[in-house]
Design a protein around this ligand. Sequence first.
Ligand code: GLC
Length: 422
Amino acid sequence: MKNNEKLIEQAKNILYKNDVDGYTVPTHGLYPFQWNWDAAITALGWMKFDEPRAWQELEFLISGQWEDGMIPHILFHKESDTYFPGPDVWGSDKLVKSTSISQPPVLTTIVKMLFEEAKDAELRDEKLAKILPSLIQYHLWWYRDRDPETTGLVVSYHPWESGMDNSPAWDSALDAVPQVTWEYQRQDLNHIDASERPHKEQYDRYLYLVEFFKNKHFDSNDIYRDCPYKANDVSLISILQRATLDLLALCKQLNVTGPDIESLKVSVGLTKNAINDLWCEETSFFYSKDLITNSLCKVKTNAGFLTLFGELANDEQAEKLAKEAVEWMSASAYAMASTDPRESKYEPQRYWRGPVWLHINWMIALGLELNGYSETAAQVKEKTDILFKKSKYFEYFNAETGEGCGGDNFSWTAAIALHWLL
Ligand code: GLC
């Protein structure tokens, strides 16, 4: 068997192994439920060899949508005692138990990709007719509930909502959040070495926010008013922008019109105008913003490059970002490091503070391509390819040694390999 065929087989087997009666866990043990952006990315992998299963992944995810349109970050379809904090701590009373925050909505972009890739047109049309109205409600929710003052920049209430949970970008904003004082038993450290995971004081603050949402009965207005952590997450905003543009393209193709669609068009325009609020002229980079102190989170992380993916950077900014990407890649042995290797907060092995994630590289490469930097995009792809071939399908990779870190046999790594690299 040729090497690539073997890798394809292994990647497929990971998805089969992580399948739990129709949805896919990111990896058994460490993450035993269905995660929002993981599910979307994993569907890309399934699509390569089982189209019905790819659509099913997304239907499972959408089955957890709240009445207000929100699609949660985790769906606790079945119980498991290998993860904390579980449904009781989150306290939601929905039919499908879930967390009360969302995650970067790459889902819609992926639905558009599946739509374009589908060989079974009948199945595609049937699934899309079901999924599209939910996607529209999901996007309307982002702009309505998370940008109540129509600034153009949606607000996130938890580092976990960014998907880049432990990014140094959140450090100072999170420091302002009180710590819980009750005892709890973390489960992640039963699976993974502590040097690759967040510290306890960060966990205490993550949990404070989880309780805060519950105590506010998940009321959007109250949370917006009182939440001690509010951020304009540049990565989430860029992914949302990409996804809304893709949603509008899908609607156009399918002749879906009406006031909701018009309102989404207004939202993308607003975001495009507002994005400069997150640009720092002095360092020529995009950052997230802490809305409690009204200041940029000035640590360079790979989130800033995703503005290319959302077509939010102007030509001059795009040129600067593309140049920066090349320097960034040569500053660590493996690329692209999630935190700029020249930053003092850079830790090449710790969760979101330095390691490389395949799906982020993929979005950065797509963004570079969209902006005309195909050579740099090809370089990102090559760097990504080396990594997973060296260390297989881990959750993320040490940016200096290339070693696999976090969970093994990881769904999104296998899916990105199947979709993009193999
Ligand atoms: C971690 C990651 C998050 C991901 C989840 C499941 O919490 O930070 O982005 O969705 O694991 O893989």
